[in-house]
Design a binder for this molecule. Structure first.
Ligand SMILES: [Zn+2]
Length: 554
């Protein structure tokens, strides 16, 4: 029967465990001295060897050939534990057996003598998933377990395990595995299995697996199935969508030939790499360049990179200034955050392009100006570029909730209409945008920059709201209390300049209605919270409240 690489190369003895030397030493010492605790809590990121170490501990306690705290990993006892067939080593998945009933069953069986081995070992994986009642039921047993019973609780989230449980266990914190450790282990496996490999490919796999040896071996296996018996960069690129090398090539082009760089990035994304993952990888490249520049070659060891990658840093980083790199890192970080909030790939990529295009790469010898320079006004009148960016910028400064709603929506220009599509999942954004004051505000922003546009259409699932010129007129003629853009406080703060046509409405409004400082403050509050200030009461001017002191924002 075929055994997957991950299972085949699961460590069977303490000496095979990768990257957890301290824990292994302590466990071996306690086994040697015969003073083994009756309850352990193993915590650490996934794939770092918690369950494997728990099994090795069970073997070491029960193996008839145990020597120096190390099991033989060859006898029938060790084999039965490895294959999960041993009746005295009970593995429980905390995620699917999380209730009090399961723990009661466990307690009922715990007192029974073991079948054949000296020790009964209970391994409860993902123990943080147990319910409070289950934890309480477990508590007493953990405190005074029957002789010859050992508990090993494993979790990726120790903070979710109640303190009462933690305090009754001997706690071990497993390290996240270093990329270099994973590379070493992959190399070992490749040599033992006898397949060809490229060193770069091992680094790529190790980085992708994010500290989990299990993931690294699983990925290696998948890559091997793509290209029989050969772990090459080609098979890795096919499997992962892209490699760090390809991202580096694209980044290298940005200062010299931005359009070419963006074509390359687009190509990378079209092969299946998500924008989020791309941003993470690009961030890492910028970060490494910055660290290399700032701390020098000796520090490069800490970055855990292959020789080729270090060579790239050496050659490329002189072309980048510190603050440019910092801006790029910040940009990638911010966009990653937006990706996590559900912003679509297209939008993220657009934002990445537009911001990157503004990065100023000074020629050598020039003093570094601000890394983000204002974009020259020669951009083509395209929907995705300047005008919409300006709208977003203004909305971001003035109406943050609207900005957030817009950035998460799909916006298209359909002749004279702007169509904003909001996913069903973000219906609250739709409800926010469809408020008449918000629509009026948005309409103002849009018509100022898109002269032809006469209608905005909001779509969310089957719902559709339209806002056009007629509603705009009604709004203008009707209730001037409405939340119009011209009414925004900054219009009042500046000296009115009558010759500027755009400011006329503000001047008109200012004349018609005496604007008080409180109104401005309240409007600002309402604007930022997008909340509704229903009544503002000022105690010393009670008679004014009726007509003017109350500011109503819908
Ligand atoms: Zn053995």
């Amino acid at each position: 029967m075929y055994v997957s690489l991950y299972r085949k190369y699961r460590p069977g003895r303490f000496d095979d465990v990768v990257g957890q030397d301290g824990i292994v030493r302590v466990l071996k010492n306690s086994l040697r001295s015969g003073r083994v605790a009756h309850a352990f809590l193993f915590s650490g990121p996934r794939g770092c060897g918690k369950t494997s170490v728990a099994r090795i501990l069970a073997k070491a306690l029960n193996c008839p050939n145990s020597a120096d705290g190390e099991p033989c990993d060859n006898c029938y006892v060790c084999n039965s534990i490895s294959t999960g067939e041993c009746l005295d080593v009970i593995e429980i998945d905390g995620a699917s057996n999380r209730g009090i009933e399961e723990i009661r069953n466990l307690k009922a069986q715990i007192g029974l003598a073991s079948f054949s081995l000296p020790y009964k070992v209970y391994i409860i994986d993902e123990v943080h998933m147990l319910t409070d009642a289950a934890f309480n039921a477990l508590l007493k047993t953990l405190e005074e377990p029957p002789m010859q019973v050992v508990f090993v609780l494993a979790t990726t989230e120790p903070d979710k395990v109640p303190l009462t449980i933690r305090s009754r266990c001997l706690c071990f914190y497993f390290n996240r595995l270093l990329t270099s450790d994973i590379v070493r282990r992959l190399r070992q496996v490749a040599q033992e299995e006898g397949f060809a490999f490229e060193e770069e490919a091992l680094w790529e796999l190790a980085r992708q697996s994010d500290g989990s040896l299990r993931d690294a071996l699983t990925l290696a296996e998948q890559a091997l199935s793509l290209q029989e018996g050969n772990l090459s960069m080609e098979s890795i690129a096919m499997l992962l969508g892209s490699t760090r090398g390809k991202i580096e090539e694209a980044i290298k082009l940005i200062p010299h030939n931005p359009p070419q760089a963006f074509v390359k990035i687009k190509e990378i994304l079209s092969k299946g790499l998500s924008v989020e993952r791309f941003l993470e990888m690009a961030f890492a490249v910028f970060r490494d360049m910055w660290a290399y520049k700032s701390y020098g070659k000796d520090f490069a060891v800490e970055l855990e990179l292959s020789d080729r990658e270090i060579k790239f840093l050496e050659e490329e980083s002189p072309f980048w200034k510190d603050d440019v790199l910092l801006s790029c890192m910040r940009l990638c970080g911010e966009l990653c955050l937006q990706a996590k909030l559900g912003v679509k790939d297209d939008i993220l990529f657009g934002l990445f392009l537009s911001q990157m295009d503004r990065v100023d790469f000074p020629s050598a010898g020039e003093s570094p100006p601000l890394p983000l320079k204002p974009k020259a006004e020669n951009v083509t009148e395209s929907f995705t570029t300047a005008p919409w960016q300006e709208i977003m910028k203004q909305a971001g400064e003035e109406m943050l909730p609207l900005y957030c709603a817009l950035i998460c929506s799909k916006v298209t220009l359909d002749e004279k209409r702007i169509v904003i599509e909001i996913s069903e999942r973000r219906r609250f954004d739709f409800n926010l945008l469809k408020l008449s004051r918000n629509l009026a505000y948005l309409y103002g922003l849009i018509t100022k920059r898109f002269n032809d546009v006469t209608e905005i259409i909001l779509k969310c699932g089957v719902d559709e709201v339209k806002y056009s010129d007629e509603q705009e007129k009604a709004q203008m003629e009707g209730d001037a209390e409405g939340f119009r853009q011209e009414e925004l406080p900054q219009a009042f703060e500046e000296e009115p300049q009558p010759h500027e046509e755009g400011l006329k409405p503000a001047v008109k409004l200012a004349e018609r209605r005496e604007v008080k400082e409180e109104d401005i403050v309240l409007q600002r509050i309402a604007m930022y919270l997008n909340g509704d200030v229903l009544m503002y009461k000022k105690l010393d001017e009670e008679e004014n409240i009726e007509e003017d002191g109350g500011v109503e924002v819908e």
